[in-house]
Each structure stands twice: as C-alpha cells, then as structure tokens.
Design a protein around this ligand. Structure first.
Ligand SMILES: [Zn+2]
Ligand SMILES: [Zn+2]
Length: 352
C-alpha cells in the first residue's frame, strides 16, 4: 500500500533525472533542472508549487522586516531583538508571526517532496528551535523524521533522546557546567538501548513514533547484516556495513553501524541485538497502543492522507494527537523499505 505514497525525490533534473551540472530553480530554490530548456518545459507543472514555496519564504522576510522595524521604534523590544533573544523569542508577542511564518515555510518545503526541501526544512526548524527553545510550536515533532529521511539516523536518535529526557524530567536533561539545551549537547547515544524513557503513562507521541522507526531501521539493518554474514565463506573479510546495505543506504542505520564496525561484525552479537530490539519494539507498541488507540490503525490504514490540516490543542489519547504524529512521521516510515510491513507482521502475530 505504501508504494503508492510519494517518496522523497532526490536532487535530479525534474524532466530527465540527470544529476550532473544541475541548475536550481531561482524562485523556490527547491527544484533542480539540467538546463534552461528543461526548466521551461517543466514550468506549467512546477508553477503552483514554486509560487507557494517562494511566497512562504517571502512571508518570513516580511515578518522579519516588520519585527525589526517595531524593535527599532519604541515597542518595548530590544533593538537587536533577532540577535539577542537568547532562545526566548516567543515571549515577545510581536515576534510570534515571524516564528509562525518560519513554521509554515517549513511545511511547504516538506510538502515539496524534494530532498532539497527536506534539507532546508530541517535547517529552518533547527533555527526555529534555537529562537524558541521551549518549542511551543512543536517543530521538534518534525525534526527526527527529517533527519531520518536524509539518512542521519544517529542525529535523529540523539535529538529524540534529549527531548525524551526533558519530557520525562530526567536529571540528565540538564548539565551543571553546560548551559546548552540537551538536544544540542547530547551526542552518540546508543539507539539499541532500553526504551523505558518512552513507555510511561504520558507519551510525546510523534517522538515515540520516531523512536520506533529508528529501532525498526536498526532491526532491518541488523537483519541485513546477519543474512550477509551467514552467507559469507568462513574466514572471508567482512565488508563495511555501508557496502552490505548499499541498496538501502541511509535507510537502515548504516551510518550508526559504520561508526562501530567491530560491534556489528559478530554474528552472535548481531543475533542478540536483533532479539533485544524486537523485544523493545514490542514494549513500544504496547505502550503506544495503550496510550493512543488511534495511532497505529491510522498508520497502517491511512485512508485520509491529509497533511494539510494541522493538529493543535489535542487531548492525550485523541484522534487529533494521533494525526499529528502521523503527519510528522508517516513519510519517514514509508521511505524505509519494509518498515510498515515489519509492523504489520508483528501486529498480526500479536492478534493471534
Ligand atoms: Zn533535464
Ligand atoms: Zn521553483
């Protein structure tokens, strides 16, 4: 079913798919062409999207100019408000339309389905988070999936863990000698670690769905490594994970295996890790199922693939909350080969 869902389109000419010597559309800066001829040929198709993306970017610039003008006048704002916010820009009410414009532009970039759009949305949302560290806007819900869609699984997991610690009020969320927020500080957390951070009574559902996906990617990658290792003649050198998983590069945590080649070269160790992760995934599915009964049915049977409605002010366990998590993470799940099939299989096994 997920094959009918659009996948992220890499940087290539929109017309002939050539990848060399590309020109970037100067208006939206999101689409690529090999030549002026092909850009002109694609214009009728691209026009509407191009204008939407360009328009939402211009809105940010307008709001920034308005904010700077207000700050320069006598409006209770420091004159250099955009430089001196200290991560608390949201507290200055006149700055909110600017932050909102950034949020909306990110949505437009994500909906381009283009790799360039995904990269730019990630950069933009990380900058929004720096301006508004308490994140009342919820950009954190989108960021892990964006990382994963770009094959940056370790960064996705580090980001998730930092917010998980914060959400659960764990002492590790703050460091006495480092004032940076946890998500900027935490590096190289182990994605095979236990899941107790994510199985409490209240869940930040889009984040938990992203943790599930990191683990599913890890499991699929490990299974790929295991199958390869078992077929390898005795004593033959083991190639790096990135070569073994080349056909799904970036989608199966090969960035993580690359960093720890010894750990992922031992057949017994891989087998044990697969068992561990299977168990953890099971714990996560049980926790999510208890917390919000709408989420997994929505992911597995997404009749309404509506990404244009934004979910706000939802209640714990509600359909709206499930829809938010769906909107933020579904594309990343679909772009992971076998991920939803893996979930479907464990659901079927659980129902027996
Ligand atoms: Zn072309
Ligand atoms: Zn364009």
């Amino acid at each position: 079913m997920e094959d009918h869902f659009p996948h992220m389109i890499p940087k290539h000419c929109e017309v002939c798919k050539k990848v060399d010597g590309l020109l970037r559309c100067g208006a939206c800066k999101t689409y690529y062409y090999c030549s002026r001829e092909h850009q002109t040929a694609d214009r009728p198709t691209h026009k509407t999207t191009c204008k939407t993306i360009k328009g939402s970017k211009e809105k940010i610039d307008e709001e920034e100019a308005r904010l700077r003008a207000r700050a320069a006048g006598d409006d209770g704002l420091p004159p250099n408000v955009l430089e001196a916010h200290g991560g608390r820009l949201w507290l200055w009410t006149p700055a909110r339309p600017y932050l909102h414009a950034m949020f909306v532009h990110g949505e437009m970039l994500i909906r381009s389905w283009r790799q360039q759009g995904i990269e730019d949305a990630l950069t933009l949302y990380l900058s929004v988070l720096q301006k508004n560290t308490t994140d009342n806007q919820g950009v954190r819900h989108h960021i892990p999936a964006l990382y994963m869609r770009l094959g940056r699984n370790q960064e996705a997991y580090d980001f998730l863990k930092a917010w998980g610690l914060q959400f659960m009020g764990r002492p590790e969320a703050s460091a006495p000698d480092d004032a940076r927020p946890a998500y900027q500080r935490l590096k190289n957390a182990h994605p095979a670690e236990e899941v107790d951070l994510w199985t409490g009574r209240f869940l930040d559902l889009p984040l938990v769905s992203s943790v599930q996906l990191v683990k599913v990617r890890l499991l699929i990658g490990l299974q790929g490594l295991l199958a390869f290792r078992k077929g390898l003649p005795h004593g033959a050198p083991v190639p790096p994970a990135r070569d073994i998983l080349a056909d799904v590069r970036g989608k199966c945590c090969d960035d993580i295996f690359d960093r720890m080649p010894e750990e992922y070269a031992d057949v017994d160790l891989i087998t044990k890790k697969c068992d561990d992760i299977n168990r953890q995934l099971n714990e996560l599915f049980v926790a999510v199922g208890k917390y919000n009964k709408h989420f997994w049915p929505m992911m597995l049977h997404p009749e309404e693939r509506d990404f244009s409605t934004r979910s706000h002010g939802f209640l714990h366990g509600s359909r709206e909350e499930a829809h938010l998590a769906f909107t933020c993470t579904y594309s990343a799940w679909c772009e992971t080969p076998m991920a939803l099939q893996t979930v479907r299989a464990s659901f079927a096994a659980g129902e027996e």
